[in-house]
Design a protein around this ligand. Structure first.
Ligand SMILES: [Fe+2]
Length: 447
């Protein structure tokens, strides 16, 4: 099943963490700008109110640097398990610090154009790939600043900072104060010069941010769409593969009377053993969930080569002669060839390999006395060693045309005695640790 919501939230987390990183860097740039502005004021290039400028620079220094400090300590120094850069609440800290800092500058210095000047830095840093958006933001900024400042002259309340810049020296402050005192405060002026421009400014910023967020969510939707289509294709291919396996297994069933339930039971033993093995240190890296699935799915095909063995041998009651047994052995190499011709073109090399190994090597023995190639110990592929245990355990515990069934307890004892001879000793130990479950399963599934 495709979990679109989970996929979307992972992608969202990834893009949010990238935005967080960009914003942290943008705030460091803002800090540098504030420090440079402070230095320029100290050396006398700006005629701003010194105390207010210093307060705003110091408070902004801490506010703008706070997200970086938190991120650096948490993720780089302490290296905590869950990086804070992926934490969705961290974004709130970044935004609160950015907007509090910007608000402090604009209130203390009564210079709200700064708000517009800093936003492009933040947005530009986040969207460095979107050149067009960056250029639009810059043009809006360049146009907004003079309109806001000169507009104030036009409406009768000159901008104090501009006055201070225009009128040199000591006179600046008293001139600004005189202009302020001489101007009666009228509600309509407060609205037109302070409230409405700020609302417009904030709306403009909101629109830009909304536009970018929309672009972001569209990109995210496209990504999710693409990923789910890939996933769907993979699922379709897996379905096809499972159909082929089922069809083949049913063909084997019609040829060999005893294999119907044998296929189901051996698949179950393979599943139990491989999942148990995955809990052990020596196998946990090799036996991934994907490989376990592949081994389980390929298990029903272990005797696919029996299609090529004649009925007289396959259905013969009693023991086979040496010649008959040699012909029976061919089902392993035939099985390998069949898997090769059926699955090679399905474009799933990993599954093909597992199915091939199981079909061809499930009769190999640990001491090298098995067939078809007489492979020894770990030369025998892992999946085939798992299959061998499952196959023999089922053969022992079920009745065959040529032999009666033995009790699962006795079958486990026999398997134990063959550890290191026929079976992988470590794997046998793990198989025996499942004794209770195995005995219960056999007793519930007797033919
Ligand atoms: Fe076999």
């Amino acid at each position: 099943m495709i979990d679109r919501e989970k996929m979307k939230s992972n992608l969202l987390m990834e893009s949010e963490s990238k935005a967080n990183l960009f914003n942290i860097r943008a705030l460091i740039i803002c800090t540098l700008i504030a420090v440079i502005a402070e230095i320029l004021m100290e050396v006398g290039l700006f005629t701003l109110d010194a105390t207010l400028t210093r307060i705003s620079t110091i408070s902004d220094f801490f506010l703008f640097m706070l997200p970086f400090i938190v991120y650096y300590l948490h993720d780089k120094v302490l290296k905590k398990e869950k990086p804070i850069i992926y934490n969705k609440h961290f974004k709130v800290l970044v935004l609160v610090c950015a907007f509090t800092g910007i608000t402090i500058i604009s209130i203390l210095l009564s210079f709200h154009a700064v708000l517009v000047l800093i936003i492009p830095v933040v947005l530009g840093a986040q969207y460095k790939k979107s050149k067009r958006m960056f250029i639009i933001v810059l043009i809006v900024t360049v146009l907004t600043v003079p309109i806001t400042i000169y507009g104030s002259f036009f409406f009768g309340i000159p901008d104090k900072n501009l006055l201070k810049a225009l009128v040199e020296g000591e006179e600046a402050m008293s001139f600004a104060k005189r202009v302020e005192l001489a101007t009666p405060i009228r509600m309509v002026d407060v609205l037109t010069h302070y409230v409405i421009p700020r609302i417009l400014e904030i709306t403009a910023i909101d629109l830009i941010v909304a536009g970018i967020t929309k672009r972001d969510s569209q990109m995210l939707d496209e990504q999710v769409e693409l990923s789910s289509r890939v996933q769907e294709e993979m699922e379709k291919r897996n379905d096809m593969q499972l159909h082929v396996i089922e069809d083949l297994a049913s063909v084997i069933e019609t040829r060999d009377l005893e294999t119907g339930k044998h296929i189901i039971r051996t698949k179950e033993y393979v599943k139990m053993l491989s999942r148990e093995m995955a809990k052990y240190d020596e196998y946990k890296d090799v036996l991934t969930d994907k490989l376990i699935d592949q081994i389980e799915n390929a298990a029903p095909l272990h005797d696919v080569g029996k299609i090529a063995v004649s009925d007289t041998i396959l259905l013969k009651p009693g023991k086979l002669t040496k010649e008959e047994f040699d012909l029976m052995k061919v089902h392993t190499t035939k099985g390998g060839e069949m898997i090769q011709s059926i699955f090679r073109n399905l474009d799933d090399d990993a599954f093909f390999e597992v199915a091939f190994d199981i079909a061809k090597y499930h009769h190999e023995k640990w001491d090298g006395s098995g067939y078809p190639d007489g492979l020894k110990a770990e030369e025998i592929p892992l999946s085939a060693r798992i299959m061998a245990l499952a196959d023999v355990f089922d053969a022992l515990t079920q009745k065959r045309v040529y032999k009666p069934a033995i009790k699962p307890e006795d079958a486990l004892n026999e398997i134990k005695s063959l550890a290191g001879i026929q079976f992988d000793p470590k794997m046998t130990e793990i198989f025996l640790s499942l004794s209770n479950e195995l005995i219960e399963y056999v007793n519930n599934n007797l033919e």
